[in-house]
Design a protein around this ligand. Structure first.
Ligand SMILES: [Zn+2]
Length: 395
């Protein structure tokens, strides 16, 4: 009968179709047996042909065309002629003692990746949330294991993001994301941002000496960590973090004058790139700035920073940065003094951008993605699962 042949092709490789029946509206049960001349004893590897007894097990198999499939397999138990122990024959595609076939587990994984929510996964597989979670994270762990021994790449980015709220302390927990630039994927996710946590979480990865460039934001803690951990790495200060250094000051100085109105016209004009401003807007802005010297200084610090990054070539950028530092030295405003100190301290790392052109834009994108992952799962309770999900978000 062609129907039997059809089911036979869907069956696990070693099983032989016996018969099937409808066991629910969308459920059918297939009865099958394993046919082999002998089985090998797991203890002493002696082949045995002596069947001791039989037992039937029930397995969940991957749904076929929206139909739930239950497998009833009669397994034989053999007695070993040499060591006299009794053992049950294994079935390819089912883990020992398992009640789910491996392809059922893979089907759950696929559904978790592609369905909108777990409710749909549950409906499509007719199993509990616990089974879904267990199967899904098991698959993620296996995938992560395959990549575990990949060595460090040449260029990496390091960035932090908030992970969850610590209810007792009322503070945010941080996670540090390490991004592999060449392969365009997250390399590792660490809970916390302290040196100790980073060393603990990254020591297993071989080939630290491979890393030649590390992009970071302007954080002293990451700088000293990179210098200690990667012997051949040069640090590149992230362009976007440098450009944003003065923005909070610019905003607060403006708010001191105009109040916290987000619709105030000057707010937009101040933040926009001067080169993109309309001629009349520029005149209006300059007129307004003349009356507000504190905003004036912060505004020009921002514009001069942008000028540095518009430079072509390391030499020009260096001259431009030095000119900016000199200009800042004449200013008394505290935030501008702080900016000057930061630029001086990080000058080499900032200028390295002009010889490498690497930015952390990619890390930031991954960070945003991590937040999305969190939102989709309504906040993870377990960091281990969150890590697996982020690291596998790119296939
Ligand atoms: Zn044996």
């Amino acid at each position: 009968m062609p129907y039997q042949h059809l089911i036979q092709t869907f069956l696990l490789p070693e099983l032989k179709f016996s018969h099937s029946y409808k066991s629910g509206i969308a459920n059918f049960t297939v009865v099958a047996i394993k046919r082999s001349k002998f089985e090998v004893c797991p203890k002493c590897a002696t082949p045995s042909t002596k069947v001791h007894d039989k037992r039937t097990i029930t397995l969940k198999d991957a749904p076929i065309r929206g139909k739930y499939m239950t497998l009833k397999v009669t397994k034989r138990r053999f007695r070993c002629p040499s060591c006299k122990s009794v053992f049950t024959e294994p079935i390819q595609g089912v883990n020992k003692g398992g009640r789910l076939t491996q392809r059922f587990v893979r089907s759950i994984y696929w559904a978790c990746e592609n369905f909108q929510d777990l409710k749909r996964v549950k409906k499509a597989h007719r199993c509990g949330y616990k089974t879904i979670y267990k199967s899904y994270y098991k698959q993620l762990r296996l995938k992560q294991k395959e990549r575990q021994n990949n060595p460090w790449p040449k260029t990496i980015g390091i960035d932090e993001h908030g992970f969850s709220k610590d209810k007792r302390r009322g503070a945010r927990n941080f996670a540090t994301l390490i991004v592999d630039y060449q392969n365009k994927r997250p390399k590792e996710l660490i809970q916390g941002k302290s040196h100790q946590k980073l060393i603990e979480g990254l020591s297993y990865i071989p080939g630290r000496e491979n890393v030649t460039h590390v992009v970071i934001d302007l954080a002293d803690s990451y700088k000293t960590f990179v210098q200690k951990f990667f012997p051949n790495a040069k640090i590149v200060a992230d362009k976007f973090h440098v450009l944003r250094l003065i923005t909070p000051t610019l905003n607060s100085n403006r708010i001191a004058v105009t109040g916290d109105k987000r619709t105030h016209k000057m707010r937009k004009l101040l933040l926009r790139n001067r080169g993109n401003l309309h001629f009349e807007d520029r005149i209006e802005l300059d007129h307004w700035l003349k009356k507000n010297p504190d905003v004036f200084d912060a505004y020009w610090a921002k514009e001069k920073l942008h000028t540095v990054y518009r430079c072509r070539g390391l030499g020009k950028a260096r001259r431009s940065l030095n000119a900016l530092i000199k200009w800042l030295e004449t200013k008394k405003l505290k935030p501008l003094q702080r900016l000057k100190n930061t630029l001086k301290k990080w000058a080499e790392e900032i200028l390295r951008y002009f010889s490498t052109r690497i930015t952390n834009a990619r890390t930031e994108a991954f960070n945003n993605n991590s937040k999305l992952v969190q939102k989709r799962a309504y906040g993870f309770k377990s960091f281990a699962n969150y890590r697996l999900k982020v690291l596998n978000a790119y296939g």
